[in-house]
Design a protein around this ligand. Structure first.
Ligand code: ATP
Length: 228
């Protein structure tokens, strides 16, 4: 039976060089829900995320967004989907604040200055707003990348280990803020190793690395992570 969410994969084989990371994935991310990917290092979480947003071709099957095959070069897809994957890039000659303002204004945010100021504050970057990307620590750059997806509207957020390089308080506040966004109808697909993040945010969890890549309830995934 075909999946019919905002973002849908039905029997999609995922992997590099013809070698799938697990059995074909069937996954649907509806508006106003969050789906987590869990699994050990190297299991294939990033590979699944990249395939779901069209950065990597599936070995078999196809992924759809709003009923159409995913095309990451299509302007309407790019406007609808915001992501933080492994390849965060910034304008080298713009400060963090300028980068965020450009992103917000480019996406038509009317009160861009306030939205950017709020995100800088929420990510603890207000004091470093005037720094160039090369003048930021790797953790600060990570927070700037996350701020970049939250200063603009999106129907779907795709986040690869959003908790990475955040301290516990920042993780908690980000998970709460993402959960609030989900409450407004935004969809979130994210990979994570953090039981608290998954417990706060996820409605369903895809377990990557088991042969079957099953979808399980968050409580079961959290329990498995806590057992180690
Ligand atoms: N560009 C690439 N070319 C070929 N193989 C790759 C490439 N990137 C990743 N792989 C391989 O694909 C498999 C899945 O990697 P992936 O990065 O998706 O795992 P992951 O679950 O996200 O891991 P982690 O938790 O460490 O980020 C690994 O065996 C990895 O070595």
């Amino acid at each position: 039976m075909a999946e019919t969410g905002l973002l849908s994969a039905t029997d999609v084989a995922v992997g590099y060089g013809g070698e799938p990371v697990c059995a074909p994935v069937t996954l649907s991310v509806e508006a106003g829900t969050a789906v987590a990917l869990v699994g050990p290092n190297g299991a294939g979480k990033s590979t699944v995320l990249q395939t779901m947003v069209g950065l990597l071709p599936p070995l078999a099957g196809s992924v759809t967004f709003a009923g159409r095959p995913v095309d990451e070069r299509a302007a309407d897809f790019r406007r609808a989907v915001a992501g933080v994957l492994d390849d965060d890039a910034f304008f080298p000659s713009l400060t963090g604040e300028e980068h965020l303002l450009l992103t917000a204004r480019g996406h038509g945010v009317v009160d861009a200055e306030q939205v950017v100021a709020d995100q800088l504050a929420a990510f603890g970057l207000t004091e470093r707003a005037g720094a160039l990307p090369t003048q930021l620590s790797s953790g600060q750059r990570r927070r700037l990348a996350l701020a970049g997806v939250l200063v603009r509207p999106a129907r779907l957020l795709v986040l690869d280990e959003p908790e990475r390089r955040l301290d516990t308080a920042m993780r908690r506040s980000l998970a709460d803020r993402l959960a609030a966004l989900v409450g407004t109808g935004v969809a979130v697909l994210f990979a994570s190793h953090d039981p608290a993040f998954i417990g706060t945010l996820a409605d369903r969890v895809l377990v990557v690395g088991d042969d079957a890549c099953p979808v399980v309830a968050p409580a079961d995934a959290v329990a498995a992570l806590q057992e180690g």
